[in-house]
Design a protein around this ligand. Structure first.
Ligand code: XBP
Ligand code: MG
Length: 253
């Protein structure tokens, strides 16, 4: 059938952006005079819940610290999240934002070889646009489709975001590979029938990736050789698009 499209997760896969999300949440809490602080280990736990609003609600649930009654809670969460999104976008604009190793190379190869590129993310379209503007604005990467958390009823780990991307691309799951960093992302892509390559990061190192096709440290570049953490395929040094094409063929066999 052959590879026709790469479907990318954003947070944790294109960029290690969860640290920027975490900073934005903490700035928001300070501005709102809330006595809350999400350190790395707490955030690793909270990341099991996808979506910023859902994560805020979960935190207030487990800590029993909601500062309003249930009738005003939705509005409170929404206003916190609007503020967090504004701060996140500001941090993206002013701070260093670097693509993970090898991402740019694979995107360029896909662009040059006519493999379609799409995004399946939990975060908002605005966040994705700012992040892409800060990282890939000179590359002319032709994103065909961006499906964000705003476009679905049920975020990852449900398959809806990936099913929407497939529908809009007009492709079968077997013609695509998903690139993910988290268990929730792998669950979502695999429930949509899409083979998944994971590049782990510090927040997802203990996730269960048993449904992933292969688990890598990252895609590798001249300073970081790729490590295969689970699954088998002779990726060496730097992963190339052609390796992904071959891997999909062997995975489907
Ligand atoms: C990552 C997330 C996102 C961000 C926060 O999901 O869970 O929710 O942490 O984004 P994935 P918002 O990488 O699996 O798509 O605050 O904009 O919801
Ligand atoms: Mg992710």
């Amino acid at each position: 059938m052959g590879l026709k499209a790469l479907i990318w997760d954003v947070d944790g896969t294109l960029v290690d952006s969860e640290e920027i999300h975490r900073a934005a949440f903490n700035h928001t809490f300070t501005e709102r005079k809330l006595d809350w602080h999400w350190d790395r280990s707490l955030y690793a736990h909270l990341l099991r819940v996808t979506g910023g609003r859902e994560r805020l609600r979960h935190y207030m649930d487990i800590m029993d610290c909601a500062p309003t009654g249930p009738e005003a809670l939705d509005k409170f969460i929404l206003s916190l999240h609007i503020q967090k999104t504004a701060i996140y976008n500001h941090l993206l604009r002013v701070g260093p934002v670097r693509l993970r190793p090898g991402v740019k190379r694979i995107l360029r190869q896909a662009r040059d070889q006519g493999v379609l590129l799409a995004i399946a993310t939990t975060t908002s379209r605005r966040n994705v646009e700012t992040l892409l503007t800060r990282t890939l604005y000179r590359e002319g990467i032709p994103w065909e489709i961006v499906v964000s958390g705003e476009d679905v009823k049920r975020k990852k780990p449900f398959p809806e975001v990936y099913l929407k991307v497939l529908g809009q691309l007009g492709l079968e799951p077997g013609q695509c590979v998903a690139l993910e960093d988290s268990q929730n992302g792998v669950e979502s892509a695999s429930a949509a029938g899409i083979a998944t390559i994971v590049t782990k990061n510090c927040y997802t190192r203990d996730d269960d990736f048993s449904k992933a096709g292969i688990v890598l440290s990252h895609f590798g570049d001249k300073n970081h050789a790729v490590e295969i953490l689970a699954g088998s395929f002779p990726f060496e040094g730097e992963v190339q698009l052609d390796d992904i094409v071959d891997w999909l063929e062997s995975w489907r066999r």
